[in-house]
Design a protein around this ligand. Structure first.
Ligand SMILES: *[C@@H]1O[C@H](CO)[C@@H](O)[C@H](O)[C@H]1NC(C)=O
Ligand SMILES: *[C@@H]1O[C@H](CO)[C@@H](O)[C@H](O)[C@H]1NC(C)=O
Ligand SMILES: *[C@@H]1O[C@H](CO)[C@@H](O)[C@H](O)[C@H]1NC(C)=O
Ligand SMILES: *[C@@H]1O[C@H](CO)[C@@H](O)[C@H](O)[C@H]1NC(C)=O
Ligand SMILES: *[C@@H]1O[C@H](CO)[C@@H](O)[C@H](O)[C@H]1NC(C)=O
Ligand SMILES: *[C@@H]1O[C@H](CO)[C@@H](O)[C@H](O)[C@H]1NC(C)=O
Length: 659
């Protein structure tokens, strides 16, 4: 079969199966998840449901083996909020027309945690990604990428196009709600895949592609490949449209180009918004009546004004996230005791289901008499309301009712990390985490801390890192929660002195001495958490062997005896993991070092965990001084010893705190 003939065939298949007229009648397309046809004839890959995904696949294979291909399609993404939505869509070539077991959110309905990155996938996808996922190295929240077998793009670029006339780059916003065109061209002789994005109004594809990948794709392409589209949503909604306009080379075939670019429907308003509109309409009516009867009108006006003034500035600033008390009351079945997930110093946490959306939430309620009152609440809101990271528990909103304050978070069905790592009668049947899961959790927490310490505009100190504050989501990703103690301080300004708070055992020695929280005090606690995760036990536990009671001392003892590996929980001990386990144990010890200046910062920790930076070989000598732990002050001689660390290759980056 000649290459040309194959190309014909591809185009014909695309023509007949994907043109809008044949779409409906012959049922040639396979839809899964939330994908449907819109009444206007577009294919909607996702609907307003959160954390969902949709697929549409051509039911016939398109034979791509050893051939060039060339097609384009139109698409548009309508976000829930102005220029903000999740998670993105892909155009995919897959050896199967089903993608079983895939996940929503960052997995784009394309992979799941286990299948992501597997070479056996044989999947080539072009992602139109509207969310920055740090774990896949995304460059921003508006990019196009070429993905082979995984979500980490082989090559990616911010969405936009190059002007044919002057070669200038113009940005395009994928979530603008506007229709855009994507052209995908693979030349087999040149072994080059070009991807070009352009506004739908353009009649010609821009000459300079947005992405150009020089790679021989045949090894990834099976004899039979299916063409499909996937999309997913996360906690912010977005409707992903694929316009039924896929086609092959325009030169030879009737073009599907849309002569009049259609306007996509607006994102459907929530029911609550409708109620608000009705209320607003009533108000306007009342005002009109009031205008006629000016006295009453004046009275109404004054009252309205008064109500407005009662709103505090911070409430106006973070207005969109405000929940009605009734909503939360209904969601938690009237704050029933049965709904309580846990309680802490700050108040109780209730499980809830938002009426109308089935979205599960966790509602933190601060009790009336709590010593930590409104100011903490406001601090927490202003901090986490604006933080976005896959490894942080998302704050969805808040509510104030009488003397009670409420914070609404994403519900984490798998609870907190302590349940997984500590053995107790209560969780005897709890499945033990594998090493891969543990290592991932450690990296997740590290990534969240790095974000808080160094990647956010302000330095944020968590101040209460411990397993109970690490939550596990549905996909077994770790997410850091409870920012109740977080105190902000601006870059460059001395950390504020504040009253000692935190959890016994995880408090760094210098914090006890000075009451100053720094990023380094977080690193200290994180070091201990790493050790607990590897060893599957608490920092201090009653043990038959007295020397095993204090975890850190025991680990140091084993290390000195050259038996460090024995510290790890038995169920995860395998020779293949040995390197990683020892690395994490050593790093944990280094992070929880008594002297603050020796602890690495989070970017160094991250690089060590990722194997980019090495721990020094003579770390044990340095850490041996740690055996003097428990003595009141570190001696001068030891300090000199530590200073000599500056000759070690890692020190400069290690000891730079802040940015
Ligand atoms: C979205 O699609 C899913 C799957 O078909 C369906 O269960 C859900 O009800 C839809 N949501 C809305 C809001 O239409
Ligand atoms: C594709 O090319 C490879 C090597 O160039 C060859 O072995 C294989 O037979 C070709 N397959 C088809 C279907 O042409
Ligand atoms: C929507 O967001 C864009 C950019 O973020 C801004 O330029 C525009 O004014 C916003 N529109 C509305 C109606 O808020
Ligand atoms: C991912 O999907 C595969 C099937 O393709 C399934 O066997 C596996 O359990 C799924 N993993 C997760 C974490 O959902
Ligand atoms: C495109 O967007 C990026 C990031 O939003 C911005 O830095 C850059 O200046 C923009 N370029 C143009 C030409 O508007
Ligand atoms: C891909 O783009 C490059 C320019 O980056 C161009 O030289 C090449 O001809 C293009 N290939 C195809 C098949 O369009």
């Amino acid at each position: 079969m000649s290459r040309e003939f194959k190309l014909w065939k591809i185009v014909l298949i695309l023509f007949f199966t994907l043109s809008s007229s044949t779409y409906h009648s012959n049922g040639k397309l396979i839809m899964e998840g939330s994908a449907t046809f819109d009444s206007s004839g577009f294919t909607k890959l996702t609907n307003t449901s959160k954390h969902s995904y949709g697929h549409v696949f051509n039911s016939n294979p398109v034979l791509f083996k050893n051939s060039s291909f060339n097609f384009h399609f139109h698409f548009g993404i309508v976000p829930e909020h102005n220029h903000s939505g999740t998670h993105g869509m892909t155009c995919v070539l897959s050896p199967t027309r089903h993608l079983p077991g895939v996940s929503s959110d960052q997995y784009l309905g394309l992979f799941n945690k286990t299948t992501d990155g597997k070479t056996s996938n044989n999947i080539i996808a072009i992602e139109l990604d509207i969310h920055k996922d740090e774990e896949f190295g995304d460059l921003d929240d508006n990019h196009v990428g070429i993905n082979i077998n995984g979500l980490r793009s082989v090559i990616s670029a911010p969405a936009g196009y190059y002007d044919d006339n002057d070669g200038k780059f113009h940005n395009l916003s994928l979530v603008s709600g506007k229709v855009m065109r994507l052209s995908i061209v693979y030349s087999q002789p040149d072994e080059q895949l070009n991807v070009t994005l352009s506004p739908a109004e353009f009649s010609e594809t821009p000459l300079k592609p947005l992405l150009s990948l020089k790679r021989y794709l045949s090894p990834y392409i099976m004899e039979e490949m299916y063409l499909g589209f996937t999309a997913s949503t996360g906690s912010v909604g977005a409707i992903h449209y694929m316009l039924n306009s896929v086609s092959g080379p325009e030169v030879d075939y009737p073009s599907f180009d849309i002569s009049v670019v259609p306007t996509l429907p607006l994102y459907p308003k929530k029911v609550t918004d409708k109620t608000r509109i009705v209320l607003a309409a009533c108000l306007i009516l009342a005002m009109t009546v009031a205008f006629v009867t000016s006295l009453i009108g004046f009275f109404f006006y004054m009252r309205h004004k008064k109500v407005r003034e009662v709103l505090e500035e911070w409430e106006v600033q973070y207005g969109p996230h405000r929940f009605a008390y009734k909503e939360l009351f209904n969601a938690t079945k009237g704050f029933k005791e049965k709904q309580i997930l846990g309680s802490g110093g700050f108040g109780q946490v209730y499980k809830g289901t938002l009426p109308g959306s089935d979205a599960e939430i966790a509602v933190k309620r601060t009790s009336h008499g709590s010593s930590q009152g409104k100011s903490e609440f406001i601090a927490e809101i202003s901090t986490i309301g604006r933080l976005r990271h896959p490894n942080l528990v998302r704050l969805l909103g808040y509510c104030r009712h009488k003397e009670d304050l409420f914070l609404v978070y994403d519900y984490m069905p798998n609870g907190s990390l302590d349940k997984y790592i500590y053995r107790s009668d209560k969780n005897e049947n709890q499945e033990r985490l594998s090493w891969d899961q543990r290592f991932k959790i450690i990296k997740d927490v590290a990534s969240a801390l790095l974000y808080l310490h160094q990647e956010w505009v302000q330095v944020i100190i968590h101040r209460d890192i411990k397993p109970a504050n690490v939550l596990i989501d549905q996909e077994m990703n770790a997410r850091l929660g409870d920012f109740g103690l977080a105190k902000l301080y601006d870059q460059g300004i001395d950390p504020q002195t504040s009253k000692v708070a935190g959890t016994f055992g995880y408090i760094a020695p210098e914090f006890l001495r000075t009451g100053r929280a720094t990023t380094s005090t977080d690193v200290y606690a994180f070091g201990l958490v790493m050790l607990e995760v590897v060893c599957g036990r608490r920092l201090i536990e009653r043990r038959e062997a007295k020397n095993e009671e204090v975890l850190v001392d025991w680990i140091l003892e084993l290390w000195e005896e050259g038996k460090l590996f024995d510290a790890a929980e038995e169920s995860i001990c395998q020779e293949t993991n040995r390197g990683e386990i020892e690395l994490v144990l050593k790093l944990g010890v280094l992070c929880s070092y008594q002297a603050e200046s020796v602890r690495p910062d989070m970017s160094a920790v991250m690089r060590i965990l990722n194997g980019v930076l090495q721990l020094p070989d003579n770390l044990l000598d340095v850490v041996r001084a740690e055996r003097l732990r428990g003595q009141p002050e570190i001696s001068m001689g030891m300090l000199l010893d530590m200073n000599s660390m500056s000759t070690l290759p890692f020190t400069n980056s290690f000891i730079s705190h802040g940015r």
